[in-house]
Design a protein around this ligand. Sequence first.
Ligand SMILES: [Zn+2]
Length: 429
Amino acid sequence: MSIISEGLQKFFGRGKFEVKTFADGACNYIGSFGNVGVVKTDDGLVLFDLALRLFDRFIFKTVREFSDKPIKYIIFSHGHFDHCLGYAPFIEEVNKKGWEMPQIIAHENLVRRFNKYTMLDKHQAWTYRQQFASVGVINTDSESVHERLDPTIIIRGNESYKFKLGEYTFEIYHGKGETDDSLWLFLPEKKVLFTGDLFISSFPNVGSPFRVQRYAKQWALANEKMMEKDAEFLLPGHGPLIEGKEKIKTLLKITAEAIHFVHDEVVKRLNEGKWFEQIYHEMLEIFPDKFKKHEYLKPLYGEYRFAIHDVYRLYHGWYDTDNPTDLFPSRSDEIAQEFLKVADERKFLERAKQLVNEGKFQLALHVLDVVVKADDSTNSETLLDALRLKHKILKKKAKEEMSFIAMNILNTGALQIKNKIKELKKKLK
Ligand SMILES: [Zn+2]
C-alpha cells in the first residue's frame, strides 16, 4: 500500500476503510477516498461514485466480491477527483466481456468543471501538493481529468431525474453545496440515501483555503431536503455508513443548522457594516459548543474558521480590510526591510521569543515575519534563528490542528522553511 493510500485511510477511514453489505443485501458500502455505493438489482448494478484513481483496483475487486453482474449506470455525485476517477478496471471489464457500456449520469456543471480542470491542470496539481502534503505528493497524472468518463445522461439546472432498473427506483436530485454540480441519490424501496460530499460525517467543507466558492445556504437546504426522505441508511461522501432513521435525521439536521449558523451570522454582521477581521474574530467567540463538540461536526477536513471566509467572500469583494493602505500594497519583503531600518532585527527576534514563552504563537509568527520576509543575509545568524523558530511554531501548530487541510498547509510551510535553512547554512560555510 502506498504512503498516500495509508495516510488517507488513517485520516478518513478512521483507521481502516470498511466494506459493508446492507439494506437486505441490496447495497454495498465501500469505504474509500471517497466512498463508493453499489446497488444490486435483478438487471445489473448501479455505482454511485468511483473514488480516486489510486483506489481503482481495490474498488473493482470489492464490487466484484459483492456481485458479478454487469454495471448499467455510474452516477457521479460531483466532479471532484476523489469521486470519479477510479473507473479504469470497470471499463476494461466491459471491453473484455463485450458488455454494453454503462450509462454515466452527471450534472451539466460537471462537464464545465472538467473543462476548467483541463485548462488549469498545472495549477490544480500545485494546489494538491500543498493540500495533501502529509500523505505524499499527489502526482499530476494520477489525478488529472485529461482522461475521464464523460457523462452520457446529463442532468440540467434544478431538474431531478428518475429511472428504474430491475426492482428499484433511482431518484436523483441536484443540490448546490461543496460544488455547483452536486447530485444525490435516493433509493425509495430500500430507503437509502447516497449524499456525495453534501454530507461527509465531519464539519462540511465550506471554504477550503485553496478552493473556489462554495454555496453555504443551498448546502444547508439540500441537507434539509434529504431529511424529508426518512432514510434508514445514509452513505456519505466520506466517513462510515450511517444506519437508523432517527440518527440520520439528527445528523442531517445538526449539519444543516451549523451551516445556517455560519451563513446567517456572517450575513447579519455584513448588514451591520462590519469588515472581515471584526466578523472573523467575533464569530470565533460565538461558535456554539453544540457544534464545536459534536461527534459528526469535527473539523477533520473542512472547518468553521474556513467557512467564515467562504460566506464573506460570497457576498463581498476582495477589499476587506477597511484600510486604503491595502488597496495597492507594496511588496511584503520591501515593507519588512523598512521595519528593519527602524529597529534592529534582533529586537524582533527577541520579542517573538517572548511571545512564544507567553504561548502567543500566532502573534509571534507575525513579528517573526518581519525578519523572515526582509530576508537580510548580511545578518544570517539572526535570520537563521528566526527561520528555526518559525519552523518550530508551524510544526507545533500543525500538530494541534484537527483539519487535514490546515495541518498540511502548515506542514508545507514548515518544509519550505527547512529547505531555506539548509540553503542558508550552505551559503554560510
Ligand atoms: Zn470528496
